[in-house]
Design a protein around this ligand. Structure first.
Ligand code: AMP
Length: 419
């Protein structure tokens, strides 16, 4: 008996009808990001496992339980990329792009892989469009890049979004905050969930990100980074907000916002949709001023974001709008007519006209039915006797009217009609 296969759990096909939205999101991103001076980089689908472990952070959910890691035939540990930034930084350092005299702006798009529990808006293969800017600490860039992202969602016609921003501090101020948080949680440790008890030891800020309502309650009244930022981080954050105001972008300051990745310093943000269920974050990002150095490059501050394409797709209207509807259907009756139709289809396509034909030698009635199903405006009808007279019939399907023209002029005739 033959086996009927199904795709792997948490992984899906993007079929025609839906894929047009994806193409539209990709095209809009390319056009807009290039306007802001970004160039595309194509990063590999897999990297050495250590690339992700050390950048994303060994105690994050991603590294602890979500990576697709395998040994290749030579025994090297490789991982399907769970996100894009680590690979872009690896590439940036490997190719010495930090020697570039100016700021480097890169964008990428493609699939990411995380072994999460699948549910609506959460997949094991999902897609991101991301952008990274290397080479400046200036908070203008934080605001400008967040601004670009908000313009992107505007262009897609998505409403009901909220921008949440925070500053996670830096090596100077974050340790003091960590101490204060540990002090606060010390007595309450046993009330935390198992995951958070582990986080308590290794990465207590991540407790703010726990989905359990119980852990939420435990953190009620906990100190936040807000009271601990150093002067430098404070200034950076205030200036970022100042420039967001200049761009007329509204935001909510959320001092408990932490990201699922450890490499962020200073600015961190998320964009939330009010029209979605539990998985309502459609983009996130921030500043990561230490990562290039951690990867062996010369110290280079950086800022970036990633958009969740699957979730964004669920928020945009239908983009299929029959963009692939052919303009012309070629109906042929008889062998010689069919051969001529075959050639004409090729000639019209060479002129950039989308055209379909019948492959079943159907009756005129059935071919016209097909033409209607395709939704074409014009059907060219060729019969053997018309060919003998050097003529073809062109039927305007919208008004059911036909006219005859010379077969030698049919290409120009159609071009004139459809342009
Ligand atoms: P992150 O790198 O985790 O900040 O993710 C950035 C964006 O990617 C999120 O805001 C989501 O929109 C999207 N995303 C992350 N994980 C998944 C997933 N498992 N399935 C679908 N989208 C995801």
């Amino acid at each position: 008996m033959s086996t009927k296969y199904q795709s792997v759990k948490g992984v899906k096909d993007i079929l025609p009808g839906e894929v047009e939205k994806w193409q539209y999101m990709e095209k809009t991103a390319r056009e807009l990001f290039e306007l802001y001076g970004f160039s595309e980089v194509r990063i590999p689908i897999f990297e050495k496992t250590s690339v992700f472990m050390r950048s994303i952070g060994e105690t994050t959910d991603i590294v602890e339980k979500e990576m697709y890691t395998f040994n290749d035939r030579s025994g090297d540990s490789l991982t399907l990329r769970p996100e894009g930034t680590a690979s872009v930084v690896r590439s940036y350092v490997e190719h010495g792009l930090y020697n570039s005299p100016s700021i480097v702006k890169l964008y990428y798009m493609g699939p990411m892989f995380r072994s999460e529990r699948p549910q609506a808006g959460r997949y094991r293969q999902f897609y991101q469009i991301g952008a990274e800017v290397f080479g400046t600490e200036n908070p203008e860039i934080d605001a400008e890049v967040i601004g670009m992202l908000m313009r992107y969602f505007e262009k897609l016609g998505i409403k009901g979004l909220e921008l949440e921003v925070n500053s996670l501090g830096c090596d100077v101020c974050r340790p003091k905050f960590r101490e204060a948080l540990l002090e606060f949680l010390k007595e309450k440790k046993n009330l935390l969930c198992e995951d958070c008890q582990r986080r308590f030891e290794r990465n207590p800020m991540r407790i703010f990100d726990c989905k359990s309502t119980n852990c939420h309650e435990v953190t009620n009244g906990a100190p936040t980074i807000e009271g601990y930022r150093c002067e430098n981080c404070k200034r950076h954050f205030d200036t970022t907000l100042f420039y967001l105001d200049r761009l007329k972008i509204s935001y909510i300051k959320n001092p408990k916002l932490v990201r699922g990745l450890d490499y962020y310093t200073k600015t961190a943000f998320e964009i939330i949709s009010k029209d979605m269920g539990a998985q309502n974050a459609i983009a996130g990002g921030g500043r990561y001023d230490k990562l290039v150095e951690d990867f062996g490059g010369s110290p280079t501050p950086a800022f970036g974001f990633a958009i969740g394409v699957d979730r964004t797709a669920s928020l945009i209207g239908d983009k299929s709008h029959s963009s692939l509807t052919p303009a012309v259907f070629m109906a042929a009756l008889g062998d010689r007519a069919n051969q001529k139709a075959f050639e004409l289809v090729d000639s019209l396509r060479q002129k950039g006209i989308r055209v379909e034909k019948d492959y079943e030698n159907g009756s005129l009635k059935s071919q016209l039915r097909k033409a209607n199903k395709f939704g074409v405006r014009y059907t060219v009808i060729l019969g053997d006797n018309e060919i003998d007279r050097g003529k073809v019939v062109v039927r305007d399907m919208s008004v059911s009217q036909q006219e005859e023209t010379d077969i030698s002029k049919i290409i120009e005739f159609i071009i004139e009609k459809v342009k």
